[in-house]
Design a protein around this ligand. Structure first.
Ligand SMILES: *Cc1c(COP(=O)(O)O)cnc(C)c1O
Length: 399
């Protein structure tokens, strides 16, 4: 099993060396071919398809099975995620595949990204599947799958992976960690007992808001082979162009994520200082009272059980977090009063985004804004938020 514990550019740039088939290209060639010419048994020994190792294919047959660039991207992901990684058409396609793989009797899940709850509901409709859903803090039983998202959407707060790993393993269940908000080098869930790590690769791995991708990472090749088989017949392979964009983007993950993380932590502290300023006073040019709460794992402190997210977030704090503003009008208008933050859903891209969360998740508080911090200069982002917060109280709604 690969064992890189820090995120090295060398792994990102060269982690696919064993499956490179470039000719003289430096960047991979873009190939959208779904099908591949069969080797000629008149001129060469052709290994039977049964003997082709799908993780390191010596030839490709049909792109629903394997394809060169997605294979390369999976090698890089395996290297940096410390396991065996498989890519999917989207994060939710990966979530569905995890349910098919574990076939749990019950799923323990509380809050987090609403789409994963909806995927579980779809899986539940399968004839013969009698799946129950319980809360993370309910009692676990054998056959349970604990579905832990950390850091958590939309607040960016951390949950204690080791605690849930110990509890679920005590009854012989499995722990899946949705680590989308904590890509390498921020956290490594296998270190704390995860059995399977899931990512929406659409977010930080893609990193440029231009591809959909999901990733499951397991600890053994046997598990990977089962997932690979299932993916082939669920048909949830990532597209070839997406694979190309993903591999291109992975080369710079170690430059993007630490930068986004550092800027986000600075902004979360700054916004928190504003939130702590009473009405009638101001902090750094921003009147108090507009922001009422800031969530971020750096602001979480130690909980009653002694868990501090610092232990888990070894490579930096999450770059996506949330704030609460005084009223729904501020949350509606502020995203449209900023120069650099784009009013849009999603996260993890090079451009900063701000979203009134209710627009994507009907269950969210109408005052809640989620911020995804990109790679822009921290002072420019601060100035952008400052001018927006100074003006938002003066907006007259168009009636
Ligand atoms: C976006 C997201 C997903 C779903 O991923 P898609 O690529 O959009 O299918 C799952 N979990 C979390 C935490 C996410 O942010």
């Amino acid at each position: 099993m690969p064992s890189s514990k820090i995120l090295k550019g060398t792994d990102l740039v060269h982690g696919d060396e064993v499956v490179r088939d470039n000719g003289s290209h430096v960047a991979p060639a873009i190939s959208v071919s779904t099908t591949f010419r069969a080797p000629n048994p008149l001129v060469e020994d052709v290994p039977s398809w049964d003997n082709v190792e799908l993780r390191n294919p010596t030839r490709h047959v049909y792109s629903r099975y394997t394809q060169q660039v997605s294979t390369r991207a999976e090698h890089v992901l395996s290297r940096i995620l410390d396991g065996y990684a498989l890519t999917y058409a989207s994060g939710l396609a990966a979530s569905y595949a995890a349910l098919v793989f574990y076939q749990p009797k019950r799923v323990a899940i509380s809050e987090g990204y609403h789409g994963c709850h909806a995927t579980i509901e779809v899986y539940k409709k399968t004839k013969g599947v009698d799946l129950q859903i319980i809360g993370l803090d309910d009692e676990f039983r054998p056959g349970d799958l604990c579905w832990l998202e950390t850091p958590l959407n939309p607040t960016g707060e951390s949950r204690d992976i080791q605690y849930y790993a110990d509890r679920i393993h005590k009854v012989g269940g499995k722990l899946l960690v949705d680590s989308t908000f904590g890509p390498p080098p921020l956290q490594y869930p296998f270190k704390f007992g995860a059995d399977c790590v899931m990512h929406s690769g659409t977010k930080y791995f893609g990193g440029h808001s231009d591809l959909l991708c999901g990733v499951l990472v397991v600890k053994t090749l046997e598990e990977w082979n089962v997932l690979q088989h299932d993916r082939t017949f669920l048909g949830s392979m990532m597209g070839s162009l997406e694979a190309w964009l993903l591999l291109r983007s992975l080369r710079t993950l170690h430059l993007r994520v630490p930068k986004q993380s550092e800027t986000a932590a600075t902004l979360a502290q700054w916004l928190n200082a504003i939130a702590s300023t009473p009405k009638g006073q101001s902090y750094d040019g921003v009147p108090g009272g507009i922001i009422t709460k800031v969530w971020h794992s750096s602001l979480q402190g130690t909980d009653a059980r002694g868990f501090n997210p610092r232990k888990q977030m070894e490579g930096g704090w999450n770059a996506t977090f949330a704030i609460l503003v005084e009223n729904g009008e501020y949350a509606t208008y502020l995203p449209h009063m900023l120069k650099y933050f784009v009013p849009a859903t999603s996260l993890g891209g090079v451009e900063s985004l701000i979203e009134r969360r209710k627009d994507s998740d009907p269950g969210a508080d109408s005052r809640l804004l989620r911020l995804s911090i990109g790679v822009e200069d921290v002072e420019d982002l601060k100035e952008d938020l400052r001018q927006g917060l100074q003006k938002v109280t003066k907006v007259k709604a168009k009636l």
